[in-house]
Write a protein that binds this ligand. Structure first.
Ligand code: ATP
Ligand code: MG
Length: 98
């Protein structure tokens, strides 16, 4: 991790709920200290994508890399302290780093 934060790389992530494709082939990159916004209509898959990043959902395909290390499959408590949190309408369960 750089001294100013972790870089996040999303590569070709797919996630389906039953027959519904919530995320299909999504890729993007967030470098350390970069601020990105995810925009889209209701049901576009924004929350599903965030929940793949924070470890609540495991993608069907693709990779989610935090400083080059694969997130899916690892315990979120192991890496949450090295990444910025996601502010949502509900309180975070871990401290958000600057
Ligand atoms: N737990 C779930 N079970 C089944 N389907 C789900 C689940 N979570 C999301 N979906 C479906 O996945 C798709 C993406 O939903 P998601 O909640 O990620 O969209 P969103 O972009 O966050 O929408 P909004 O702007 O309303 O918050 C939708 O079709 C939604 O119905
Ligand atoms: Mg949402």
């Amino acid at each position: 991790m750089s001294s100013r934060g972790a870089s996040l790389e999303i590569r070709n992530v797919d996630l389906s709920f039953g027959g519904i494709a919530a995320i299909k082939g999504v890729s993007f990159e967030a470098r350390a200290s970069e601020l990105l916004a995810m925009v889209g209509p209701n049901g576009a898959g924004k929350t599903a994508m965030l929940n793949c990043i924070n470890g609540i959902y495991r993608p069907d395909a693709g990779e989610i890399l935090l400083d080059g290390r694969n997130i899916p499959g690892s315990r979120c408590t192991r890496w949450s302290s090295s990444a910025s949190g996601v502010r949502s309408s509900t309180p975070s369960s871990f401290p958000i780093s600057p």
